[in-house]
Ligand binder design. Structure first.
Ligand code: SF4
Ligand code: SF4
Length: 431
């Protein structure tokens, strides 16, 4: 079944830059000699290590347990020996605990048993056990999202993949279609809903056509306009429901899950495989061999970029897509559950101009999909008036999509201002 998307204004048209990798099948990256697995790779409390230096571990073995209701289990992505449990800084500068496992290259596994009885409760419990988090970027523990406090009647699958360059979700939809369908149906069964939508940008017509043939799934072709894949916009496009400011998708009766998350659910339910690896896209003008790779959790960025033959034309490495990703300062940083892409960009692919004063052109406000006043967020934050950024700019409703910064002729660092204001407001209010 297929319906027309409810039209959205605002956002920005972007060149999708997917041609380099969209036709490249998923390849398995040979595991590195050692992985460093982060305890804090999800929203919520860091997981607590349950192994010690010197312990032998198997691929898929629990090495850190979720700590509290909003947290996630963590598993070894290789078999080998625990070499260190230590604090490191990640590519975003945050300190976290890591478990370093030396790979014995024997690839011995320890999965959970496949789920025999697939009831609502057992699927939910399996999602929790397998440490599944949202793989679209937010890394929110999926079990928590799947047990909303308010009743929901619709599951929305995010197949938009609206960030330029990234094609890992597209490849999953192409290559793992049947498994993905089963994962989607497990998610619907766990929520107890019958309405299933999948939003897919029109640059993936083959996927739209395939999902349209399913009787129990409504395919919604989305215009190629960034950020069509943001939760609130996806919900509106599919159902015309609006999520009120400061509220969650469940308040509009919906739960949104990414296609990669649905595939991880299939693996956990049918194969007993916990989440310890994922598909990511390696692209950009400075890699000679762009790829879609299945990568073990905790693999160093430098190892992946060497494998894809990054060259000296690289001016910036980005963790994630170019709009919402972050510039990587240290290539020794490692992949996490939510790492969807690694981009090695040349000088011509990045805009290296320095910020200049705002010229009050209003383009940022025109582009903002949340109808905020990005120039005010930037102005008040630069003046250290974080309440002003909240009250006059609406910073707490910002989804950090980067559309404002993209269109700004003065190259104002609006997204950095947003992140700073949110962090300071958290400190001020304790929330
Ligand atoms: S203010 Fe936030 S939501 Fe609006 S365009 Fe900028 S980053 Fe996106
Ligand atoms: S787009 Fe840039 S220059 Fe124009 S109003 Fe917004 S912040 Fe100012």
């Amino acid at each position: 079944m297929q319906i027309k998307a409810n039209p959205l204004r605002h956002g920005v048209p972007l060149a999708d830059k997917k041609a380099e990798t969209k036709d490249l099948p998923i390849e398995i990256l040979p595991a590195p000699d050692a992985v460093a697995i982060c305890m804090s790779q999800h929203i919520g409390k860091p997981a607590q290590p349950v192994v010690q230096v010197g312990d032998a571990v198997l691929k898929g073995q629990l090495i850190a347990r979720a700590d509290g209701p909003v947290s996630a289990n963590i598993f070894s992505s290789v078999s080998g020996t625990v070499k260190a449990v230590e604090t490191r800084r990640d590519d975003r500068g945050a300190a976290a605990q890591y478990i370093v496992v030396e790979n014995d290259k024997e690839n011995r596994t320890a999965f959970l048993p496949p789920l025999a009885e697939k009831t609502k409760e057992s699927i939910l419990e399996r999602i929790r056990e397998a440490g599944i988090v949202g793989l679209g970027g937010a890394a929110f523990p999926t079990y928590v999202k799947m047990t909303p406090r308010t009743p929901v009647d619709a599951l929305i699958i995010n197949g938009a993949e609206c960030e330029p360059y990234l094609t890992c979700d597209y490849r999953l939809m192409c290559e793992k279609y049947d498994e993905l369908l089963r994962g989607i149906r497990y998610l619907a069964a766990a929520l107890g809903v019958e309405k299933i939508y999948i939003g897919i940008e029109t640059n993936k017509p083959d996927c739209i056509e395939r999902f349209s043939a399913e009787e129990d799934i409504v395919a919604v072709p989305l215009h190629e306009r960034y950020p069509m894949g943001s939760e609130k916009h996806l919900i509106y496009s599919c159902t015309k429901r609006k999520v009120p400011c400061g509220k969650l998708p469940a308040d509009a009766g919906c739960v949104v899950q990414n296609v990669a998350t649905a595939y991880a659910v299939y693996e956990a339910v049918e194969l007993g495989k916990p989440l310890f690896e994922r598909v990511l896209t390696v692209s950009g003008g400075a890699v000679k061999e762009p790829r879609n790779l299945l990568v073990p959790n905790g693999t160093p960025f430098s190892y992946i970029l060497d494998y894809c033959r990054m060259d000296e034309t690289c001016a910036m490495v980005v963790d994630g897509g170019p709009m919402m990703g972050v510039a990587v300062a240290d290539l020794g940083a490692v992949t996490k559950k939510a790492t969807s892409g690694l981009l090695a960009l040349t000088k011509t692919e990045i805009d290296g101009r320095m910020p200049t004063p705002c010229i009050s052109c209003g383009r940022c406000a025109q582009a903002c999909p949340m109808h905020l006043m990005p120039m005010d967020i930037d102005f008040y934050t630069q003046n250290e008036d974080y309440e002003g950024a909240r009250d006059w700019g609406g910073v707490l409703n910002c989804i950090e999509c980067g559309s404002c910064a993209y269109v700004c002729p003065a190259k104002r660092p609006i997204v950095q201002s947003v992140r700073l204001a949110k962090a300071r407001l958290r400190e001020l209010t304790g929330k």
